[in-house]
Design a protein around this ligand. Structure first.
Ligand SMILES: [Zn+2]
Length: 324
């Protein structure tokens, strides 16, 4: 934590502000990142890690969503899976990792995965009308508020350092769409699109058969997961997670690449999670806690799922009718 001490000493924050900031840092648990090979990044607060199978994880420390983007280079072009919240220039980071032309593909259309889209020429998403409308319009006022609320302390530090942080996040109409089963050929490397709705209808996973890699997006990662949004579907979610387990096992995937908190999780955890979800659906697991108003079922200390309770209204992040 030494690197943060200089800011702590220099910035005249109130005790309350620092307590909140320390809480965020505690959650980051920086030690767990030591297993991964860090690569230099031209943008402070966007961390890069080299992962097995010629993949880079770009990690957004700036925001407490701790979203992950993945740069997946082929021989002719590279794919950037997601662009994080968009407060800092992720294009600069991606271009420091490859000289190839970059195509962005969004794992789904939540604000913490699409923020940097407008920095790129080529942006694709799953062929879902609501997702296309949302990407085109950009984050809603409610989403922007969420972004601001969850970046307060880091923004203060960046201001102190004199670094600029985007105040608004522009939308970008997708230049292409993908379908279930579509093969994306990067030259010498093929990625297969797997439609996995549940968390959101536009959720996809990507399979690299040859390298035994599966990118799970927001459908699965080590941490609290969410299926209580107005466009979430728990039955779809359960089916998609089982489908992911089968695909991972059939293709010799041992570690899946995930979109929050840490870049990897074991396929064994994914399988346990599928079993867990099916038991919730069957009514065999009835023990839950209420957090932020919604029932949360915990599989263990790491993995949990928030759902919509009986007779409850789901959470609205943006109005699907006009994409805002
Ligand atoms: Zn999401």
């Amino acid at each position: 934590m030494e690197r943060f001490q200089a800011f702590a000493d220099a910035y005249p924050a109130t005790e309350e502000e620092w307590e909140a900031w320390e809480e965020i840092l505690d959650q980051l648990d920086v030690d767990k990142w030591l297993d991964y090979e860090q690569v230099e990044s031209p943008v402070e607060w966007l961390y890069c890690f080299r992962l097995p199978g010629n993949v880079y994880a770009i990690y957004e420390l700036l925001h407490d969503q701790q979203a992950m983007a993945f740069l997946i280079p082929g021989e002719e072009r590279a794919l950037l899976l997601d662009t994080c919240v968009g407060l800092l220039n992720i294009r600069e980071v991606a271009e420091s990792l490859t000289d190839l032309p970059i195509t962005v593909l969004n794992s789904h259309d939540h604000f913490d995965h699409i923020g940097g889209n407008a920095l790129f020429e080529e942006v694709w998403c799953y062929n879902d009308p609501a997702a296309i409308a949302h990407l085109t319009a950009g984050p809603s006022e409610r989403e922007l508020q969420e972004i601001r609320n969850r970046t307060k302390y880091v923004r203060v530090i960046l201001d102190f350092q004199g670094e600029s942080v985007s105040e608004s996040i522009p939308g970008k109409a997708p230049t292409g769409t993908v379908e279930d089963g579509q093969i994306i050929d990067l030259g010498g490397r093929k990625l297969e699109v797997i439609h996995t709705p549940g968390h959101q209808p536009s959720c996809i996973m990507l399979l690299d058969r040859e390298n035994h890699l599966l990118f799970t997006g927001d459908m699965f990662y080590p941490g609290p997961m969410y299926c209580m949004f107005s466009d979430s579907s728990f039955p779809d979610y359960v089916k998609s997670i089982r489908k992911a387990v089968n695909i991972a096992e059939e293709n010799g995937v041992e570690q899946v690449y995930t979109s929050h908190n840490l870049p990897t999780a074991s396929t064994e955890d994914l399988r346990r999670y599928a079993d867990f979800l099916e038991r919730i659906e069957a009514g065999e697991i009835t023990d839950y806690q209420i957090e932020d108003g919604y029932p949360v079922y915990a599989m263990d200390e790491v993995y949990s799922i928030s759902v919509v309770g009986e007779g409850q209204e789901p959470m609205v992040l943006f109005d699907e009718a006009d994409g805002k």
